[in-house]
Write a protein that binds this ligand. Structure first.
Ligand SMILES: *Cc1c(COP(=O)(O)O)cnc(C)c1O
Length: 471
């Protein structure tokens, strides 16, 4: 009994010592560290004080000074926006964790100006009648791929779910066992099929599936033949996959569509840049796919979006499905996709679209930039040959020869490569590189030339003697 009373006493003392929200609100250092309104700051402080009270009652009390330190740290962290631009020097062009494709300056401007004002999204300016919000993108895509109509949604995952829901709910979809894949982030094609209300009919084997396997499986319940690009892995050796052409022939005979989840949204051939051939959207349409789906922010190089292209009657049916409204693209996205497509339509994509600029940069150009930066760095660095990858689930296993600025940590006051990489990531202009033994590699292929000076300044700031870890 005596012991219990003593504990409660301690707790009561602790609770009395807990700083009040009002006292913290009045603390000049805390006020100086925040831009929050009094109401917002009160809300934040109530949360912290509440957690500290619970910790105290749970036997883990903090001192007043510790609580004040914590409040200052959280208030300061709150001031720092997280989604600020960083420099991608990882060597992965389409880096999912860094937000996938960067867009061109023109596309960024189109996104911003659509966002900031009103646009004639669904009004025909000539007639003042309601007009299709997909008109511009459809017109551009028809020129670029031959597709009769295009529908833009939030992302390709939404595109596939919508297409299958509209075309195949209550019926079956034939898919190769080699293409019953997981795309990433738990997005599994068999699960999406089930979610859409369609039944999966798997044919062939993991490594070999022939056109005749699909032909043998078609029956009256078949809604579509589905082809999925196995984006993020590559099966080597004894393999076979049926082509879109072969599937289209079978599909036509039975009056069902071929749906091709093409994935990367490539509108240009990758082979001129020394990469394996990646099917383009146009290839798929020309090969007879009735519907093609793709991402807007992989090899297309635009903002996040899902593209559904193909036969007009099918696209219209898909657009009329109730789910279409739930996943439709907004005015900014449409303006951004349209501007990105204009780079392809006027033939300047390789000069304008960042993803293609990075792919098209010659090894010599990249090395020259690395050498120049290396020469300007006050601290010791070297230029090393490295390999970049395309990333984003496009061309797995393929690499592009590149050059990296190698920052040798052994030369730099005993900093470990991990610590240096962390300081680069947390600097005023964050830089993401990759660690290779005791050095940090900054791959210049994934940095746009116009960002070279910013990269140089960011590295200088981190390497400078007495640079504070938190710039
Ligand atoms: C990337 C990808 C998806 C998912 O696209 P998101 O735009 O990320 O939703 C689906 N299918 C394939 C083949 C892909 O490569």
């Amino acid at each position: 009994m005596a012991k219990k009373a003593a504990t409660s006493d301690t707790q009561a003392n602790g609770l009395r010592a807990l700083p009040s929200v009002a006292a913290l609100l009045a603390d000049p250092a805390i006020r100086a560290a925040t831009s929050l309104s009094p109401a917002g700051l009160t809300e934040l402080l109530q949360g912290i004080v509440g957690e500290e009270r619970a910790a105290l009652l749970g036997g883990r009390p903090s001192t007043r000074a510790e609580i004040r330190e914590r409040v200052l740290a959280e208030v300061t962290r709150f001031e720092r926006p997280r989604l600020l631009p960083v420099i991608n020097a990882t060597g992965v062009i389409i880096h999912t964790n860094l937000g996938r494709a960067p867009v061109s300056a023109e596309t960024a401007a189109a996104l911003a100006s659509a966002a900031m004002g009103s646009v004639a999204l669904e009004i025909d300016a000539e007639t003042n009648q309601r007009g299709g919000r997909m008109r511009e993108v459809s017109d551009l895509m028809r020129v670029l791929t031959g597709a009769e109509a295009t529908l833009v949604v939030n992302n390709n995952a939404a595109a596939i779910l919508l297409v299958l829901s509209a075309v195949a709910a209550g019926r079956s979809v034939i898919l190769s066992r080699g293409e019953a894949v997981e795309i990433g982030g738990g997005f599994r094609i068999p699960d999406v099929l089930r979610q859409s209300g369609a039944t999966l009919v798997e044919v062939g084997t993991t490594n070999r599936t022939y056109a005749r396997d699909y032909a043998a499986a078609v029956d009256v319940g078949t809604a579509a033949l589905l082809k999925v690009h196995p984006s993020n892995f590559k099966v080597m050796g004894f393999t076979h996959a049926a082509t879109v052409e072969e599937l289209a022939e079978i599909a036509t005979t039975h009056g069902v569509p071929v749906i091709d989840d093409q994935g990367s949204g490539a509108l240009l051939s990758t082979t001129p840049f020394g990469l394996r051939s990646e099917p383009t959207i146009g290839d798929s349409i020309r090969s007879g796919a009735a519907i093609v789906t793709a991402s807007g922010d992989k090899l297309l190089g635009g903002p996040q979006a899902g593209l559904i292209l193909g036969k007009r009657d099918l696209v219209e049916r898909i657009a009329a499905h109730p789910l279409a409204r739930a996943v439709r693209a907004d005015k900014s996205c449409l303006a951004g996709i349209a501007q990105t497509l204009r780079h392809y339509a006027d033939g300047t994509a390789v000069q304008r679209v960042p993803v293609w600029r990075m792919i098209a940069a010659t090894p010599q150009e990249v090395r020259d930039r690395a050498e120049r930066l290396c020469g300007q760095l006050s601290q010791r660095s070297r230029v090393l040959p490295v390999d970049s990858t395309v990333g984003g689930g496009a061309l797995p296993g393929e690499t592009l020869p590149s050059s990296a600025l190698a920052l040798e940590t052994s030369q730099l006051d005993g900093d470990s490569a991990d610590a240096l990489a962390r300081r680069l990531r947390t600097g005023r202009t964050p830089v993401f590189g990759r660690i290779d033994g005791d050095r940090v590699l900054l791959d210049l292929r994934t940095v746009l030339p116009e960002d070279d000076e910013a990269l140089l300044a960011a590295v200088e700031a981190v390497l400078a003697p007495h640079a504070s870890p938190q710039l």
